[in-house]
Design a binder for this molecule. Structure first.
Ligand code: HEC
Length: 124
């Protein structure tokens, strides 16, 4: 009986441990395209602004440098005044510029920016 209990335990533990596994997003598919779960809410504060920090965009896009100003606290106002067209990523310079290879931003980050713009480019 004890042995049976052990067997049951040993087979249940992995089930419990791995049952909550789900595919992480964004999911990269073979051709390099990135698919972000359409249900995902992309946050400007948590997802988009950190990209500018990671890539050190403010090295050139500072308060008195090249437009848009991407310094913390200024970046949303600066982007929305001409570089981002809400719900239209293909008309948004922030997106088209990065897709063109400006600063070699990774595909996941560009996909997040695209979704954020197409969802309405909110200051969320
Ligand atoms: C080494 C300096 C440098 C860095 C770092 C840099 N940029 Fe730029 N960026 C420029 C220059 C110079 C231009 C203007 C010339 C051009 O369009 O390429 C520009 C243009 C742009 C434009 C288009 C502006 C317009 O008026 O059309 C956007 C949007 C932009 N950058 C976003 C970014 C983002 C986002 C990052 C960080 C991922 C970044 N840049 C990092 C130098 C830089």
């Amino acid at each position: 009986m004890k042995k049976l209990f052990k067997i049951v335990l040993v087979s249940i533990i992995p089930l419990v441990l791995f049952s909550c596994y789900y595919d992480e997003f964004p999911e990269v598919i073979e051709d390099g395209d990135v698919v972000i779960d359409p249900g995902t809410d992309v946050s400007f504060k948590d997802d988009i602004a950190p990209i500018f920090v990671t890539y050190n965009c403010t090295q050139c896009h500072g308060a008195s440098g090249q437009s848009p100003d991407l310094t913390a606290g200024n970046e949303y106002a600066s982007l929305i005044s001409g570089y981002v067209v809400p719900k239209n990523s293909s008309a948004s310079k922030l997106y088209t510029k990065l897709v063109d290879g400006h600063r070699n931003v990774d595909a996941n980050s560009i996909a997040l920016i695209k979704k954020w713009i197409d969802d309405g480019a909110e200051n969320n």
